[in-house]
Ligand binder design. Sequence first.
Ligand SMILES: NC(=O)c1ccc[n+]([C@@H]2O[C@H](COP(=O)([O-])OP(=O)(O)OC[C@H]3O[C@@H](n4cnc5c(N)ncnc54)[C@H](O)[C@@H]3O)[C@@H](O)[C@H]2O)c1
Length: 341
Amino acid sequence: MEMTKMEFNVLKSIMDLVSFFLVSTVLVIKAIIYGCLPKSYKKKKNFENEIVLITGGAGGIGRLVALKLAKLNAKIVLWDVDTSGIEDAVNQVRGIGGKAYGYKCDLTDREDVYRTANKVYEEVGQVTILINNAGIASGRLLLDTPDHLIQRTFDVNIISHFWTTKAFLPKMIDSNHGHIVTIASLAGHIGVHKLVDYCSSKFAAVGFDESLRIELEKLGVTGVKTTVVCPYFIQATGMFNDVVSRFVPTLKSTQVADEIVEAIELEKLSVIIPRYLGILCVKWILPWTVISLFMRNIVSNAGPTHAEALPHENKKMPEKGMFQTNAESELHHRAHVTEKR
Ligand SMILES: NC(=O)c1ccc[n+]([C@@H]2O[C@H](COP(=O)([O-])OP(=O)(O)OC[C@H]3O[C@@H](n4cnc5c(N)ncnc54)[C@H](O)[C@@H]3O)[C@@H](O)[C@H]2O)c1
């Protein structure tokens, strides 16, 4: 008896599904066994011939990672807008016997990124590990954040990743060797008040890493890896050092730098620091009210003190439907936003 085309398609779909589940089971078991192996048994990247470019490398996490990678014999290239910070960082790396080169580059300026990338290629060589680390935070309520700060947050925290990656990825693909590392944040997985622009840019950074990885896999580029690192608040860098956190202690910057280096060394796909906060993935199944209660209590004020005066903070705006009509609410909102631009 002959099979109709429809019957054939149904049978093929069933076989595809069965083989997908079988292959997935094998891959999950493999991942569990690999996860349980002691670190000493895992294959580690050798940094000897690697040229590592770290954006925002003048201070904070970028500088610490530079020092650690230099100790592992990587050649370090630092980009930042902070020229004296770059000079200090380059001297510090050279002081421990490492090789380092510093460049002033403003990541919000696409042409500057491409120009400086060419300069690095001519003067240092082909970048094989790109660490998109530079970041900024405005730290204000959305309606108190001027437009230019929102734009700047996106330009530094995510748009620049497109320019740096477009500058360095082609040669990595040609040589089938490279690594694109994204320093995102836990704020790239969960919303935080006063960080609407920051969180949105970090959610985008997480998406950037994942979609780039899948694109490279689909293109059959096996030698170029991607890693995304998502830390909780960190102490003693230029960003959130004054943020007070309840229940979950803020992280030591050296611990974060160690985990970033280990993630690159082991070519991990994604890292949440501290690991136990991976539990936040339950946000997909828990009621929003539980997540909101947790997030509102864990950090009462995520605005760093370097954020300027917050005129809107203590003014409780009447909520729509409570004291205002829709039209009044809209007018209030527009007046407020226009005033802030
Ligand atoms: N500090 C935290 O609590 C925390 C938590 C999670 C994730 N992160 C992320 O870690 C990364 C490093 O942060 P950090 O804590 O070391 O901050 P940091 O402020 O100490 O360092 C950021 C660096 O980026 C540089 N930079 C800013 N704008 C730039 C531009 N336009 N062009 C070039 N360089 C520019 C700064 O000059 C600075 O040296 C950031 O992406 C940040 O979002 C930080």
